[in-house]
Ligand binder design. Sequence first.
Ligand SMILES: NC(=O)c1ccc[n+]([C@@H]2O[C@H](COP(=O)([O-])OP(=O)(O)OC[C@H]3O[C@@H](n4cnc5c(N)ncnc54)[C@H](OP(=O)(O)O)[C@@H]3O)[C@@H](O)[C@H]2O)c1
Length: 296
Amino acid sequence: MKVLICGSNGQLGWDCQRVFGKENEVMAYDLPELDITDKGKVEAVILEFMPDVVINCSAYTQVDKCETEQELARVVNVDGPGFIAQACKAVNATIVHISTDYVFDGTKEPPLSYTERDEVNPLSVYGRTKLEGERRVAQITDNHIIVRTAWLYGINGNNFLKTMLKIALLTPEKQVKVVDDQFGSPTWSLRLALQLERLVQIKGQGVYHATAEGYCSWYELAVYFLKQMAVPFNIVPCTTAEYATPAKRPANSILENARLKLSDNNKMTGWRYGVEHFISRFGQQLIDEIINMKRI
Ligand SMILES: NC(=O)c1ccc[n+]([C@@H]2O[C@H](COP(=O)([O-])OP(=O)(O)OC[C@H]3O[C@@H](n4cnc5c(N)ncnc54)[C@H](OP(=O)(O)O)[C@@H]3O)[C@@H](O)[C@H]2O)c1
């Protein structure tokens, strides 16, 4: 199978290259070689490679910056996926497009979760543009797999776990407040890439939720991760109200992988297991990267 990956230097794109590269012919692009907002370039790349599947991991993912960079967020999260979907339709390829838990308003009381059938109501520019992106893709081609995930971490790119580790290692004396009243499911991008592989194999269609099983708060995640890393830390819980951010975030981001479970295709595992597995593979590398950063 020929697989094109867009956003290949991001967390998920990086792991998709590894997972899909094992048994497929993979072509991987990111900025500046392929800007998904460049319609002509998107068409040219897809027409030349003639992929069976295009996985769109590109996105404008800086949730707070989206509030001030609204036009850029819309172009990357809505128009770009639309251009990819159009080109996929022209060559009869499947588009796998990634979306987010932030399409929901999070007003359900945890541990209640959101399934694919729940009403969407995004609270932020990021969430609204990602939802519009889903709809744009689905309007253009039926040959789509849209996967909503949440709280991603991986070895490539920036994420919450790396930020917590950096603070703990470089400024151990500093006390850090971490939000303890937003709940979600921390999801390892490698595990998600394996789930995408399964969805492609079974020729999935429509919208799927795919996050790690179980849930926690950001504070619980930070504490669990740093304890497993055996790194001393000075973190205290706080409320969302105490930690003001430009973008409003859902208090409850817990997604249920309902369609995956219904069809017996859920490959996602518990979030604690994911964090432990991530550490066993990359724990030392994470520390080395930060220590080297300090030396520079
Ligand atoms: N991270 C999360 O917690 C999370 C949660 C839920 C859903 N998601 C969704 O999951 C997907 C993957 O997320 P991720 O965490 O892997 O994202 P990421 O690490 O931010 O990677 C996104 C990649 O897309 C690239 N990109 C940005 N604008 C582009 C453009 N115009 N053309 C081509 N590439 C462009 C970025 O390049 P630059 O870095 O140079 O900008 C980056 O390499 C996204 O759709 C995201 O919305 C993420």
